[in-house]
Write a protein that binds this ligand. Structure first.
Ligand code: ADP
Ligand code: X2W
Length: 285
């Protein structure tokens, strides 16, 4: 089949799926390889533009842990993680905010704008979107989310802007706090009662053996996820991701999918087929 015919066929087959998400909200946590590799970044941006074109209210919450570590090194500020969270002193907080808001966020807005899309760069400070308190003394300026005020996101939707959100929160005193991007994304998805939350990571999804992609699990219920944490199948960095998802599902989120951000157009492949490509986690029936 000719290339053009093939493209038309793919589009026709995708049509019923496109209609399924018309007017619905999809929140995407963007990070990992999909962010650091230019080709993959381009394909994610194209997917996002297409979703908006077909009427999806799409929200991007981005990470940037690698860029923060690089910036802290440049400023000769020591850094370390405790239970997966970055210990963030006052000086480090300034670097975290300027890197995520000034560098990572703006580069995504620039990229989308250059392609003709309407993108709106935001952080959790804008419209007090992400309200938090200090998680604990040891971690310094790290936030525990207490409230999401989604009004500013809704303003973006009603004006056909794609909100691009940096995971920086604010406390009641106006101090900035560093929030893990997975957690921020999933809490925003819950507050918006999103149809779907997609988390891009650097593995195929959840696996029975984390080092063997052949043991990939396509669908899980919340109880199965809890069981997999208890029996040690889900470990390390995957635990906070699925736990945040379970918490959000108890508070308004319909479902979440963990997908492989190392695959080109992974978002469209996930959304526009019956089976998807990632691990779909849903509430028990
Ligand atoms: N059962 C599992 N299935 C898949 N990945 C798992 C599992 N258990 C632990 N992991 C680990 O979780 C990691 C993903 O978490 P993390 O490294 O924090 O991701 P990211 O950098 O994308 O935020 C994977 O690279 C993998 O090593
Ligand atoms: C408190 C905390 O750890 N915050 C993260 C925020 C960025 C992030 O989460 O980025 P990734 O999604 O790329 O890991 C950090 O400082 O690295």
């Amino acid at each position: 089949m000719e290339q053009r015919q093939l493209q038309a066929k793919i589009l026709i087959e995708a049509l019923p799926y496109m209609q399924r998400f018309d007017g619905k909200t999809i929140v995407i946590k963007y990070g990992g390889s999909a962010m650091s590799n230019e080709e993959l970044k381009k394909s994610v941006m194209q997917d996002i533009i297409l979703l908006q074109m077909i009427g999806v209210n799409v929200v991007i919450v981005h990470g940037g842990g690698a860029a923060i570590s690089k910036a802290l090194d440049l400023h000769k500020i020591e850094h370390q993680f405790l239970d997966g969270l970055r210990v963030t002193g006052k000086e480090a907080m300034e670097v975290v905010a300027s890197t995520l808001i000034g560098q990572v966020n703006k580069s995504l807005v620039q990229y989308l704008s250059e392609k003709g899309a309407k993108a709106l760069g935001l952080s959790g400070v804008d419209g007090r979107m992400i309200e938090a308190t200090q998680l604990n003394e040891k971690l310094g300026y790290v936030g525990k989310i207490t409230n999401i005020h989604p009004e500013v996101i809704e303003i973006a939707f009603s004006n056909k802007f794609i909100p691009i959100i940096a995971p920086i929160a604010m406390n009641k005193n106006g101090d900035l706090l560093n929030v893990n991007a997975d957690t921020a994304a999933v809490e925003i998805a819950a507050a918006l009662k999103a149809e779907k939350f997609i988390l891009l990571t650097d593995v195929r999804g959840v696996m029975k053996d984390k080092d063997d992609p052949e043991t990939f699990i396509p669908r899980m219920t919340v109880s199965e996820v809890k069981e997999s944490i208890a029996n040690g199948t889900i470990q390390g960095g995957m635990i906070p991701k699925v736990q945040a998802g379970i918490h959000a599902m108890q508070n308004g989120l319909k479902e979440m999918t963990i997908i492989d951000g190392r695959i080109k157009h992974s978002i469209l492949l996930e959304l526009f087929s019956d089976v998807g490509i990632g691990t779909l986690i849903k509430k028990d029936e």
